[in-house]
Design a protein around this ligand. Structure first.
Ligand code: IMP
Length: 427
């Protein structure tokens, strides 16, 4: 069972860090294949809490090689900051590999992200402001800067100057901002070259050789299925492909190599930023989910919007990702509710709809149709097996599994590394 993909089945923040880290001990490589430091993983090891944005969570497992694949966008300042933060806490980061083909988030990409969001006003996406969208836009426009460009000063200069020629027109004439000097950008980027050099590698070759040798490789998605640029709630999405196919393009491995695709699914739903969210709760239940679940973004510190579980979305995630398993997280957060509503379908303009509508307009009109399941009040955080869960919690999990279309193979019952009920092995 050499290659697994682990990804968010909702709008991100499903608790992927914990799941990846749980597997990290038994996998040889943990690979990020898309996104950048817009992601946020919190990993709890013993009494230590680590917040990672760009580095793969596997960096905390001593025997694992963490890899930043070609599909990732890298802000070197954030990367070096995270590395030195971990080093200061005694974590060995020397095994990290970074694809030379990964694109760099330049200072002008961060500026563009912030300026365009401000310009959009009420129509803004609610991005993390980390330069993700503009960096992917440059990549698609073929004006991006790649990690390998740091090692050829004259090419780097040509590319930065060409990019800034256009961007400075936009910044000064459209957005009324100061122009950015190419020399300043070059100085900053070249300053990262030596520091990053030990990590830069042909990660496509490394990963394919590892797979050929029967090593276990885990591909770790950032964000979530509904934030996918192709399959998410466009335009309120990120600019990459967190869905399973993104692992192939973003790491350079063929789909025939992937054996298992695990969707991380929160026992309720959250979303950060703007965009439709049918089960969103704007009442005290939403407030309680936010408080009990600690639903505040690791990356931005923004409060997450909270709502009940949405089975329509889970079914959709199963389909577009070809999920083989779910990891259900944060079940403990629901302890104490007498009744727990679950969205089983939508009502759209008077009609019952079972599957996610492809039309943006329809999705904006979707109203949740709920079924209510009985809750439980017992503390479940010490549960080690499915049988240890209260009957109503078992029934809730089984109902979600049936509605979502893939087996729930693990359940998170608390934030700690060992607070997990494993039903089926992932390996
Ligand atoms: P961007 O990825 O910064 O361009 O932001 C685009 C959208 O994706 C915004 O709604 C963000 O809040 C959302 N987003 C980006 N990264 C994450 C994440 O890791 N978790 C949840 N939402 C995210």
């Amino acid at each position: 069972m050499p290659a697994l993909v682990l990804l968010g089945a909702q709008w991100g923040d499903e608790g992927k860090g914990k799941a990846t880290d749980l597997l990290g001990g038994s996998v040889d490589y943990v690979v990020r294949y898309q996104g950048g430091n817009n992601a946020g993983h919190t990993v709890v090891v013993g009494d230590q809490k680590y917040a990672l944005h760009l580095l793969p969570s596997g960096i905390l497992s001593p025997d694992c090689v963490p890899v930043i694949g070609n599909g990732v966008v890298v802000d070197p300042s954030v990367l070096l900051f995270e590395l030195s933060g971990l080093n200061d806490r005694g974590v060995d980061t020397s095994k990290l590999l970074i694809s030379g083909n990964a694109h760099i988030i330049t200072p002008y990409n961060v500026t563009t992200d912030k300026v365009t969001e401000r310009f959009l006003g009420k129509r803004k996406i609610g991005t993390t402001g980390r330069g993700i969208g503009p960096t992917y836009a440059d990549k698609i426009n073929r004006t991006g800067i790649r990690v390998q460009d740091l090692y050829d000063e004259s090419i780097l200069r040509q590319k930065v100057e060409a990019a800034l020629d256009i961007k400075n027109q936009m910044l000064t004439k459209l957005y009324n901002r100061r122009a950015i000097a190419a020399d300043q950008v070059l100085e900053e980027l070249l300053g990262y070259a030596d520091k990053l050099r030990p990590y830069v590698a042909d990660t496509v070759l490394v990963l394919n050789e590892a797979l050929d040798a029967g090593k276990v490789v885990l591909f770790e998605g950032g964000q979530g299925t509904l934030l996918d640029i192709d399959h998410g709630t466009y335009p309120f999405v990120t600019s990459s492909n967190p869905t399973a196919g993104g692992a192939c393009t973003g790491a350079g491995v063929g789909p025939t190599k992937i054996n298992r695709v695990i969707g991380i699914l929160k026992a309720y739903t959250t979303r950060v930023g703007a965009g439709p969210f049918p089960t969103e709760l704007l009442d005290e239940d939403g407030e309680a989910l936010r408080r009990i679940g600690g639903e505040r973004g690791v990356t931005t510190g923004r409060d997450r919007r909270c709502g009940w579980f949405d089975a329509v979305i889970a079914r959709y995630a199963t389909r577009v990702n070809g999920l083989t398993d779910f990891f259900l997280t944060k079940l403990d957060v629901l302890t104490g509710w007498e009744q727990i509503p679950v969205c089983v379908a939508y009502e759209i303009d008077g009609k019952r709809v079972e599957e996610l509508p492809y039309s943006q307009t329809d999705f904006h009109h979707a109203k949740p149709i709920y079924e209510t399941l009985p809750g439980w009040s017992e503390d479940i955080s010490a549960a080690k097996s499915f049988a240890d869960l209260p009957k109503n919690a078992q029934a809730y999990v089984k109902a979600l599994e049936e509605m979502s279309g893939a087996p729930i193979s693990a359940i998170g019952v608390g934030p700690g590394r060992d607070e997990t009920v494993q039903i089926n092995s992932f390996l």
